[in-house]
Design a protein around this ligand. Sequence first.
Ligand SMILES: [Fe+2]
Length: 263
Amino acid sequence: MFDIIPGKKNIGAEIICDLKKINKYHIKKIKSALQKYGMLYFRKQNLNSKNYIKFAKNFGKLAEYPRLKGLNKKYSKITVVQRKASDKGPSFGEQFHTDSIYTKKPPRFTMLFSKLVPKKGKANTDFCSQYLAYEDLPTSYQKKLKNYKGNYSSEGPISITTQERVKEKGKINKELKSKHNIIRKIYSKYTIYCSPGHFVGFNSKQNREQKLEKYLFNHQIKKKFQFSLEWEKNQLAIWDNRSMLHQATSFKGNRIMHRITIQ
Ligand SMILES: [Fe+2]
């Protein structure tokens, strides 16, 4: 059984299969679907950490997450993203962002595998296609933004939500900073590559930047580019960090995700 069910407007797709039984041909199909839809999810996967790592390695070299320690010595590339019912404040990742943009070489892909989730539909991850956001930009903005770089920081707007977990399990690390082009070409298509959650300013001397920043952020996250992924236990999702923004929706409850990023 292997089936691809695209989401509305081709934003995201569900793949129906058993990830423990797929072969090279399926991996090829999965990779091209990932290019096309930006995010894929696989329900009802009975994977242990070994299976999970094995699947992830098909997409490239596994990355270290700079802000949190690994699951254990053996599976140091799996990080635990946890929300507790007792947590105050927003959830981890509760603002549109792309992962680790504050590093020089951010990971291309992120994977989450759900171990514990609240009721279905109560704690979603929203995805937002930046291919569509780019296509929908007026030509004048498409041109203008090609000359811009964004500055990013691990201490950017979203970081407050990260701090509780980092305090518990974190590595001690200093602020990480980076600079990247706002418009990028990925697989021969242009995309907006800008993480509102980590953005600290444009790298340009032009005026009216705040106006441009506001315009860009509003545009990037329009509902028409979005897909809201509902979680259930044992569900795996993978997305392309360069062409999709994502955010956790706000919820109260316990949630545990095992995360892998791919360089
Ligand atoms: Fe994230």
